[in-house]
Write a protein that binds this ligand. Structure first.
Ligand code: A2R
Length: 310
């Protein structure tokens, strides 16, 4: 008997096909009345495959679910305490996306400092014949403060070292396996850094970690790079800092109210804005999809997912 798996949200078609072949698979999006469907059939499911969301109500509606396999490394929209209380294992997709998020981070750093996108817009507007594009800032050799030296943070650090950058980091606790300088105070790290790179998990514990005080410490020559979650940055405070040029610029892959981006940000040339594309390559998304599948397969055959979220 194939285990019954509920799909919450939309997943990549290739993954949905794999799920449909291996399990008794049903998509909640196909149900005209999701609530009525869950009330009638929620108890039949043994697992959930999700695009990143699972709250306590969904878990309560599927009382026999023992595994949730989530697409992505961030589990800020999964109620982990509720899952633990119900004895549900939660799987995510760490590591396989480190390279792509780190690659994008370096791209964003170079873009915001050198003005790749902004100067291209200048060219396309036909302004080049009027004069050269204004001088921008050098990237190599600068000071990078990493907020969140975890799996992705370390991949970013490795790339930054190739640009002869000096590195320091801030976590809640120092990391054992690094010689990189630890800064206990986030504000002091921001004061020191030319680039402040944010790559901590989202959720209540990191909400608005980057606030007006941190931005003022970063200062008029500093750049903020956010590849973590939109909630980590106080977006209105960031908009003010950018408009008033209290920081030099920001490059953002994530926003507080995605896919909505504040109009004030859209109007600023010192902001590089991309639509949450950190892991969005064909290769990495395929690897993430495979891990979602493998976490479920592993749980149903061994009782443990491959990558357990914490
Ligand atoms: O604080 P620690 O010692 O647990 O270090 C973790 C750090 N971190 C924090 N740093 C400062 N203040 C906090 N409140 C705080 N909470 C966590 O963030 C750790 O070094 C790092 C997270 O690393 P990993 O757990 O290895 O996550 P990974 O795979 O690098 O992904 C980070 C996030 C995801 O959760 C997604 O939201 C996003 O990147 O794509």
């Amino acid at each position: 008997m194939k285990p019954k798996v509920l799909q919450y949200g939309r997943l990549m078609p290739s993954l949905e096909k794999q799920l449909a072949e291996a399990f008794q698979h049903q998509r909640l999006v196909d149900q005209a009345d999701a609530k009525a469907f869950l009330a009638a059939q929620g108890a039949d499911f043994a697992g959930i495959a999700t695009a990143g969301f699972a709250d306590a109500a969904l878990m309560a509606a599927c009382p026999n679910v023992k595994v949730i396999s989530s697409f992505g490394v961030g589990v800020d929209k999964i109620d982990l305490p509720a899952a633990a209380a119900r004895g549900i294992q939660v799987g995510n997709t760490p590591d396989v996306l480190n390279d792509c998020v780190a690659d994008l981070t370096l791209g964003l750093m170079i873009d915001v400092a050198r003005g790749i996108g902004a100067s291209e817009r200048y060219l396309r507007r036909g302004e080049w014949p009027k004069g050269p594009y204004p001088l921008q800032r050098k990237v190599s050799g600068k000071r990078v403060g990493i907020v969140g030296l975890g799996r992705i943070g370390k991949a970013i650090a490795k790339r930054a070292e190739a640009f002869d950058m000096t590195l320091k980091y801030h976590n809640r606790r120092p990391v054992a396996d690094t010689t990189m300088g630890y800064e206990k105070s986030l504000t002091e790290l921001a004061r020191w850094a030319d680039f402040l790179v944010v790559i901590v998990p989202g959720g209540a514990a990191t909400k608005h970690l980057i606030n007006a005080e941190v931005l003022d410490a970063l200062g008029p020559e500093g750049y903020l790079i956010n590849v973590a979650r939109g909630t980590v940055v106080d977006e209105p405070a960031l908009v003010h800092a950018l408009v008033e040029r209290r920081i030099a610029g920001a490059a953002l892959d994530v926003f507080e109210n995605e896919p909505q981006v504040p109009a004030e940000l859209m109007a600023l040339d010192n902001a590089v804005l991309v639509p949450h594309i950190g892991s969005a390559t064909i290769e990495t998304r395929a690897a993430m999809a495979q891990r979602v599948f493998d976490n479920l397969q592993s749980f149903f055959s061994t009782g443990s997912v491959i990558s357990q979220a914490s």
